[in-house]
Design a protein around this ligand. Sequence first.
Ligand code: ZN
Ligand code: ZN
Length: 790
Amino acid sequence: MAKHISVTGVVQGVGFRPFVYGLATRLNLQGWVCNTSGGVEILVDGLSPNLEKFIQSLTLEKPALAKIDAVRVEEAARQSFSSFEIRDSKSVDGDFQPISADIAICADCERELFDPDNRRYLYPFINCTNCGPRFTIIKDIPYDRPKTTMADFPMCKGCLTEYNNPLNRRFHAQPVACPECGPFVELRETRSRSSNLDSLISSIECRIFAIFKARRLLREGFIVAIKGLGGFHLACDASNLSAVKELRRRKGRVGKPFALMAAKIKVIESICTVSDEERELLTSAEKPIVLLERRTLTTSQTFRVIEEVAPNMDSLGMMLPYTPLHHLLLNQTDPVLACEPVPPVLVMTSGNFSEEPIATNNEEALHKLSSLADAFLLHNRDIHICCDDSVLRVDKHTVVYLRRSRGYTPYPIRLPAASKPILAVGGELKNTFCLTRDRYAFLSHYIGDMENAETYESFEQGTQHLLRLFRIQPEIIAHDLHPNYFTTQYAKRFNIQQIGVQHHHAHIASCMADNGLENGRLIGLSFDGTGYGTDDAIWGGEILLASYSDFERFAHLEYLPLPGGDSAIRHPWRIAVGYAQALGLDINDLPFLQNIDKPNIRIVKQQVDKKLNAPLTSSMGRLFDAVASLIGIRNDVTYEAQAAIEMEVLSRPFMSSAIAYPYFFEETSDGILIRLKALLKAILDDLHFDVSPGLIGACFHKTIAQMSVDICNLARKKTDLNEVALSGGVWQNQILLNLVHDGLEDHGFVVYFHRQTPTNDGGLALGQAVVANFQTSHRTQRTRRKLLKP
Ligand SMILES: [Zn+2]
Ligand SMILES: [Zn+2]
């Protein structure tokens, strides 16, 4: 009896072939296994019960990192094999196969890294079939060393022996390396900051001294650029006020929180409260940044993180070391490394100027980051594609992906139905793009905010690379409706069918696809900052009745003016003044206006009255900005949604005593308008009674939550729809998400929220792709069903 078996899924670069080899040998089967560009193929010959057992064990005992989608078994003609062997990879034209994400160093490799008797003791590039770089070093498929950035490092005898031995844990581990044959680190120090770069930089090439030196510089309060898996970080001591301040100054990052890397989980636990689920995420093979509730600072705290790391926040973004190099930098116990003590918590922020993509190659980093870093810890293993750290948060109902990138991309999202080959280009902020093929959606790594040429370039490179890697020839390109988005303009250059997808529709479709829902209608609460509407207004507080194929706008926040357009987003006081002026509310004696020049206020009011450069918006994000400014949280922001985030922090302690303010729904021929005058008036009254901003903020959150539940009840009454999808950046607000989720469930609704993709614009492209697929399918093209009951 012989069987021909094809396995698809993430089965390359994860130790699958050695596992098959071991299994076949154990069961006394003969034949072969090989990688193809479509997956793994196996031919096995032997006794029938053993074959049965083999097939069962393929999925039951698979390697930890393998993700199997399908196992196809066919009868095959008997052939005379004398043994089981691993054959060379073969590439089949047009086939594609999922690629593994980058994996943090495994426990076995970590043990060897700190074992003085091991030949890879303190070697920063130790890895095995279960860990190490994957996505960021792959240039093409099938995943074999010559098609990675490890091609430049011929293996030494020792490594080659391990690589070729099917029983070794480094068998066919493509990035395998050792001090003798592999990449090395080097430290370049910028001695003075005044003259020509080349003459400034001195090299310390001896590898362990480079790490010693980096540790010393960090301890002494310097800023070190460190090359990681998917790009450079800028690191400094998180307990050193002047170092952190200097990093903010150089990076041009005024208030946005920095991420931190701590030596051990125990260190994190002493600084933040960590639940079991959070601990599991922090220590997982993906090693994301996890947002954790910060403990109150006490003098007895062993490990210190200064307030300036995350000003006005009650949480910190923490991660653990995920490359061997990080371990060498942060280790506190190894006797050799301990000669050069290092702070146990480091700021680890992306190596870039604010809003540019993360730097990946050495030359570029030395050039661009020279004014940011005092020294560079470099290495000579190239990063083929950038990949930022992922950022997650554990909420009451789910894990929230604030940024899905390293460790998760390019794992595909399973689609509820097969899709045409589509490239969806995403939005303008927090951009990711998405490729579909069959039942897979490949949501890309984090690209960033498309406001400079560098990000746009990174976007173009990224799309070309992934299209090639997954052998996708798109038939359709999906884009946002906003004509001025870079991504829309990029899409227009393609000579294939173009589908424009409304921003908030894409959000809801993304949430539906993320939850694996079949096509069908539901109520979508699409709340975010900005999205181009079908009437050219700026939408953002949208209650939709939506399916993948189309949507109706059931209700929305009433239109109010955004004086100065986009610039109002950076200066929320303008939104507050604009909203009040449009609604006829008197705010003249409010404290938040005391520091604003009177003429400026007058100009804003005139813009509103004369409808000059004051586009209309129904944005929920802007309503949060307006209220945050009204109650005095801040008039200007230095990063997106800062005022709303700080209001959330201040509101949290008051939630239990909060009650909702009034609001009204008005039925119009254009759908239901949510009127805001009563709400804002009530807030002004509370301000006049000196109610604390925290309590007003809490009541405001309560109001939006109750309004959300109310409008869903109304929609259900009119349509019988009982399912609700929540999507859009506003749902990153933890208070609101939990109140609405619970409130809707209490009213018997089935609630869907993102489970593996961001609710912000980082998940938008997935929605664009599924909408474009459905809108171009004959099967689902039909006249729009009128849903509202007469
Ligand atoms: Zn390993
Ligand atoms: Zn070697």
